[in-house]
Design a protein around this ligand. Structure first.
Ligand SMILES: NC(=O)c1ccc[n+]([C@@H]2O[C@H](COP(=O)([O-])OP(=O)(O)OC[C@H]3O[C@@H](n4cnc5c(N)ncnc54)[C@H](O)[C@@H]3O)[C@@H](O)[C@H]2O)c1
Length: 264
């Protein structure tokens, strides 16, 4: 497959592009920043929130799929979040329809359902939208847009609600929410190649002993995680917010220190 990876210079992008190349795909990178030195694949320095810039990339490249990783992984104002996650997704989807690119894999987030109480039990793909931040609101809206384009245009859209993508878990929460680099690649590969998923949601975490997010939606698409954060448990120290962070899916983002005006 020839795959456009947006946000290719980011922490996910750097790992996923290498994994896709190793799996035999052709990769085309897109990012606000220039290609890192030695990048062995095509690269477009462009703003994914600019529809003309995105259209120009699609006009130049023949593509089979998009992996959309561009976006700020932090809490900003609501307008900035909407631009970063919803407008970028819209620009890609419009270009996909225009150029008949049939599949998108989206880096959504657990923060789309981050205010779901831990006490509710296992987190399934049927959890209602329950964002913990404006970041989470934007992820909910981006998922809604993916679903609309799946229904209207038959695009296959797999929304991966990622936990904590790190080389290794660094907090007690991370022992439940960790997504290893290897499992991140396995997740994207499955989401790219699952036969006819339509619109689908999966939870992007490893097979963590302490995980409580349902892995079945991912397994149905062929995502079989192999790593377990528990292997690192003896290296993870306790933190002052561990108990508070355990109360909601979104951990720290659900805490009062993130309360702020939407337009501030
Ligand atoms: N890292 C995680 O644990 C995690 C967890 C859940 C979801 N996610 C989501 O995964 C995606 C990638 O996260 P990350 O951790 O790699 O972030 P990152 O900040 O490391 O990388 C994001 C990349 O996207 C690029 N980018 C941002 N806005 C862009 C735009 N408008 N046009 C083109 N490029 C743009 C940046 O230059 C950067 O290279 C984000 O959407 C984030 O919300 C990440």
């Amino acid at each position: 497959m020839r795959v456009l990876v947006s946000g290719a210079a980011g922490s996910l992008g750097r790992v996923i592009t290498v994994g896709l190349l190793e799996n035999g795909h052709d990769v085309v990178g897109l990012d606000l920043v220039p290609a890192p030195e030695g990048t062995p694949f095509a690269w477009h320095e462009a703003d994914c929130a600019d529809p003309d810039a995105v259209a120009a990339v699609f006009a130049e490249e023949r593509l089979d799929a998009v992996v959309h990783l561009a976006g700020a992984p932090e809490e900003l104002s609501l307008p900035d979040e909407l631009t970063s996650h919803v407008v970028t997704t819209a620009a890609l989807l419009d270009a996909m329809v225009a150029h008949r690119v049939p599949r998108i894999v989206y880096a959504s987030s657990n923060h789309a359902v981050g205010r779901t109480p831990r006490a509710d039990g296992e987190l399934t793909e049927r959890a209602l939208p329950r964002p913990d931040t404006y970041y989470g609101v934007a992820k909910v809206a981006a998922e809604a847009l993916l679903r609309l384009f799946a229904d209207r245009h038959g695009i296959d859209a797999v929304s991966c609600r990622i936990g904590s993508f790190l080389e290794e878990p660094t907090s007690v929460r991370g022992l439940s929410t960790w997504l290893s680099h290897g499992d991140g690649v396995r997740m994207v590969e499955a989401a790219l190649t699952a036969p006819a998923p339509g619109f689908a949601v999966l939870y992007g975490i490893s097979a963590n002993t302490r995980g409580w997010w349902d892995l079945e939606p991912g397994r149905r698409l062929g995502y079989e995680p192999l790593d377990d954060a528990e292997d690192f448990a003896d290296r993870v120290g306790a933190g002052p917010d561990d108990e508070a962070e355990a109360e909601h899916v979104g951990g720290p983002f659900a805490l009062a220190r993130f309360h702020r005006p939407a337009l501030g």
